[in-house]
Each structure stands twice: as C-alpha cells, then as structure tokens.
Design a protein around this ligand. Structure first.
Ligand SMILES: C=Cc1c2[nH]c(c1C)Cc1[nH]c(c(CCC(=O)O)c1C)Cc1[nH]c(c(C)c1CCC(=O)O)Cc1[nH]c(c(C)c1C=C)C2
Length: 541
C-alpha cells in the first residue's frame, strides 16, 4: 500500500502525500509524562547526559526507579509453566510497581488506551518476555541480556520480522525504486502523517481499487452470511442487498473482530444443507478468544493563538498513578497536534518550486524535500507547488484523549456526550497546561470500540482459532488487522496486508495469518556489522 503511495505512478506523489517529521524535531525527541502535577520531559539522548541525569534524580516520577532497575538482575525468573502474564504484573515483578504504575502504564495509555493489568506481556512486550528466560543457565535477567546484545552489536528480531524483511528485499514484484525511496525517507523520520490526514490513505486505496476492472466495491452493504462449499472450496456471500449470491469466491479476508466473524459463519435455521457448517470448537474459539475493546473520546481543540504557553514536543501522557484530583476527567494524554502535522500557516504549509536550479542546487539537501524528487522535477523542468504541512491556518491544535480502559464496563448512558467531553477537555488543558484561552473551534468524537485490548492468553487464543480455521475452512479464510496480529498501528496493518496478499498469491493454505502463534516464538540474532542472521541458539526451553 505504502509502496504504491510512494510512487507506483510518480515519486512526486509520495513526497506530496507522506509528511515525515525528522528525527531531530522537538515532536520526535520530546515526549512528556504528567506526574504528579506537572509535565516531565522523558530522558532521551538528544537532551544530553546532564539534563537527563538531573531529571532522573530530581523528578518524583523516577523515585525508587533507578535502584529497582539495577536490582532487576537478581530477580528470580518466572516459572516455566507460566504461559502469559499481564504487562503490569510482569513489570512490577521485575522492575517494581513504581516503574509499572508511573512509567509503563502511561506508555500503554498512549498506544492502547489500555490497562496494563489486563494487557498481555507476552504479546505486547515479546522481547522482554523472551529475554527473561533466555540463557536460563546464567539466570542474569533482562538488563544483562540487553547489555550483551548492545556490546556485541547484535539485534534480536522476531522471526516473522526478519522473514518479512528478507522477502521484501528479494521480492521483485514491487517497485524497487519507490521502496528504496520510502526506506530513505523513513530512516530520517520519527513519525509520519499524510498531508490531507489519515483519510488520504483510504482515498488512495479506494481510487486504486476502483481503477481495477476485476474489483467490485459494495459500499453500505452488510454481509449477512458467509458459506463455504468444501467440495469445490468456494465461498458464497449473502448480503443485505443480495440475500443469495450466485457468485463464488476462492478466499475470504476478514479484518473485523473474531466475534463478528463468528456471527457471519454461524449457520441460520434455513442454511443450505450442502454447505459446510463451522464446528462448535471454531465458533467458541472465536467468541471466547475475541479481545474486548475500549472506547476513546477524542477532543480536538483549535486555538487562534500560535504561541500558547505549552512546551515543544509530541505531547504528554498521564499514568494511572496520577491522583484522581489531578485527572478527574480520566484523560489518557494530549497530543500537541500542531507539532506533528508539519509547517502550518498560509505561507508555510506550501513550498513553491518555481525555479529549481536557483532555489536548490543538485545534492544540496533541503530538510523538507527529498533530493531524488528535486532531481526528478529538475529533469522534467516542472514548476510545482507542493503542500508540506497539513494546516493552511496558523494557530495551535491540541487533541485530548479521554476514557479508554477507565470507561470499561460503563453503561452507554454513563459515557459523556460530545458537549460534555469538550468541557472536560478544556478543564484538562486548563489544569495541566494553564491555558485559559477559549478555543476557537472544538470538536469531540467518541471512537467506539477503537482499540482491541490484547488480553492475557491472547497468543494461545489466536493459535486455537488458527487451528480451527484451517480444519474447517482449509485455510481459505485469512485474517488480518488490529484484532488479529496484536498490532494497532497503520504500519502493523500494512505489514499484515502484504503478508496476506502473498499467502493468497502463493496459495499457502496452511496459513491464516495466525500460524506464527502456534508453538513458541522464534528469534533471530542479527549481527549489525555483517548483517549475518542466525536463529537464536538459546531459544526458551
Ligand atoms: C493518549 C492516548 C493516545 C495517543 N495515541 C493513541 C492513544 C490511545 C493511539 C496510538 N498511539 C500509537 C498508535 C499506533 C500508531 C501507528 O503505529 O500507526 C496508536 C493507535 C503510537 C504511539 N504513541 C505513543 C507511542 C510511544 C507510540 C508507539 C510508537 C511510537 O513511538 O510512535 C505515545 C503517545 N501517544 C499519545 C501521546 C500524547 C503520546 C506521547 C506523548 C496519544
């Protein structure tokens, strides 16, 4: 997908679409935690050793943390029977409760809006989970293992990551030039966005699919039933507009939740008796293994003042340990959104390339423009106006995220409405950032079931679903997306989409997208100097 975005048609389109924030910008280097009543900038190499040390020694959020970090080496490892454990319990056990509650809980608010005492350590901290039991003969803990990797210039990568990287390098079906361009662009980038927002990705995909004669799109059409004929291994689909379809399909790709897939597959009273019926074991593995999800209220605030008294950076997160009187709204964090969407204002959001040779000599790097793109435009002699920032107005944008796991189990009528949410967000901003100005624009939206919560036991649940899908549907149902592969990000989705299309192209029908969950995780040691890859000889026993 991104490969296509990056220039199937023209390399210029990519530079126009993807807006990368360079690694050295404040939004890349400065991330804050709120504790107990002020923002604390997290240590990072760009801030220098003295500044980091001062923060570590003076801020209450780190009290008791350093001694516990050092003591980790002597903590007894988990028992061999433990299949999984919550992130909160794992971190408290190895590094102490303050690390879990003050630091790690905030991080998991900022990715999953989740409760560390429910999320799976094995799924979400796989490397740490693995390192705890690696080399058990020495029993010297995670920190020493990490130190050893650093001093020996080795990376420990999951087997599936290395497999994907190797496949992408070998794969000649993609556009090599655009892939190389994307790699170069991303290596300088900490985060990226799309100039017209994330919706641009959808628009691009839609346009691309519409331009393919063999694709039929059925918007606003609910799938009612999915039936499989095992004699010819074909699916038929009943939809709200077409109760019985004559068309047959070879594969089904499901990006919805396991529980929704179970609904599609359940035979109705009037089911066609020639079609296969899913086993009760598949249906119960889908229903019981389905992660719960959380609702997140996202409130966007726009202030006309471009110079509000807020620090430079990506934003801040609020750990679970912050006393309720400091966070009665149960906010999870705030994104300083004008920092993350590129240059803003009527002048700065666009770069006009009128006379390239004068404006930029070949080889001279402009942080906003890719040199290859410039070279290409120079060759074409093109005059272009390129949008590099999302916002054509100056001012300050903030995005306040509220709720998540704090609202788990709440009844619908107890959730705040949008107007109340705006008032809540304004009071968060007033209390935490001392901003008393009224926003010029405010918009709230409740994102329902926004983020799946990968529960303790997620890995085993997905392995069971895989085995049942292969048995009942002969690997003709593939699953991908946030519910299935334990990753909520766009990158995770792109990665699993790539792998799914390969599985179908190669007719790998022993694979559903969940096969890597069966058995133990495999890890690869990569020598960073030579790029030699070896399967880690010290796999967990
Ligand atoms: C305050 C709540 C949230 C913030 N972002 C999200 C929530 C619930 C959701 C979210 N965050 C990340 C993703 C994945 C995006 C992707 O990969 O496409 C999602 C869905 C990424 C992320 N955000 C933070 C971290 C450390 C990460 C992991 C990857 C990375 O380093 O980029 C931190 C973070 N999130 C939020 C803030 C304010 C913040 C840090 C200060 C908001």
């Amino acid at each position: 997908m991104l490969n296509r975005l990056s220039g199937e048609d023209s390399v210029g389109d990519a530079a126009k679409a993807i807006r990368g924030i360079p690694n050295d910008q404040p939004s890349a280097t400065n991330r804050y935690l709120y504790y107990p009543d002020h923002l604390v900038c997290m240590p990072n190499p760009k801030r220098g050793i003295f500044s980091n040390l001062y923060t570590l020694l003076s801020e209450p959020i780190f009290s008791g943390v350093l001694s516990k970090l050092f003591a980790e080496t002597w903590v007894a490892e988990r028992s061999s029977n433990t299949r999984d454990e919550s992130v909160g319990s794992f971190i408290s056990r190895r590094y102490g409760a303050p690390v879990a509650d003050n630091l790690v809980s905030a991080l998991y608010h900022g990715i999953y809006a989740g409760d560390i005492y429910n999320l799976s350590a094995r799924t979400l901290m796989p490397r740490f989970w693995y390192l705890e039991k690696r080399d058990t003969a020495d029993g010297h803990g995670i920190n020493i293992e990490l130190l050893e990797l650093i001093t020996k210039s080795r990376s420990l990568l999951s087997f599936d990551t290395v497999r994907l990287m190797n496949r992408m390098i070998k794969d000649d079906s993609g556009n090599k030039e655009s892939f190389a361009f994307l790699q170069r662009q991303m290596s300088k980038t900490s985060i990226y966005s799309f100039v017209r927002g994330l919706g641009q990705l959808n628009d691009f995909l839609l346009d691309y699919l519409k331009s393919n004669a063999n694709v039929t799109l059925r918007p606003n059409t609910k799938v009612e039933k999915l039936e499989f004929d095992s004699s010819n291994r074909k699916f038929s689909v009943s939809t709200s507009s077409q109760p019985s379809s004559s068309k047959e399909f070879d594969y089904t790709i499901c990006t919805l939740s396991p529980a929704v897939l179970a609904q599609f597959l359940q035979p109705s009273e009037y089911a066609d008796t020639t079609k296969s019926v899913p086993s009760t074991s598949l249906i119960s593995s889908l229903e019981n293994g389905c992660p719960k999800s959380v609702n997140v209220m996202v409130v966007n605030l726009y202030y006309q003042n471009p110079n509000l008294p807020i620090p430079r950076g990506f934003g801040y997160l609020i750990p679970r340990s912050v006393p309720v009187e400091q966070n009665p709204e149960r906010a999870l964090g705030v994104i300083f959104a004008s920092e993350t969407t590129g240059p803003r204002g009527p002048k700065d959001a666009f770069v006009e390339i009128i006379d390239l040779p004068k404006q930029q000599k070949e080889g001279e790097e402009d942080p906003e423009l890719d040199p290859d793109l410039v070279r290409r435009l120079m060759e074409q002699g093109t005059k272009q106006r390129i949008q590099v920032g999302q916002d054509t107005a100056s001012g300050t944008k903030l995005a306040v995220m509220i709720g998540g796991h704090w609202w788990s189990g709440w009844k619908e009528e107890d959730l705040p409405d949008e107007q109340t949410a705006i008032e809540m967000a304004k009071s968060v901003i007033q209390r935490h950032l001392k901003v008393t100005e009224e926003p010029m624009l405010a918009k709230a939206r409740l994102q329902r079931e926004a983020i799946p919560q990968y529960q303790v036991g997620y890995r085993d649940a997905m392995a069971r679903i895989h085995q049942n899908l292969v048995k009942d549907y002969e690997g003709r149902i593939k699953v991908l997306g946030p519910w299935w592969q334990g990753g909520v990000g766009v990158n995770d989705c792109v990665k699993s989409a790539r792998e799914t299309s390969r599985r179908i192209r190669e007719a790998w029908d022993d694979q559903t997208g969940l096969e890597d969950y069966v058995g133990e995780e495999k890890w690869v040691l990569v020598d960073r100097r030579t790029n030699v890859q070896v399967l880690d000889p010290l796999q967990v026993r």
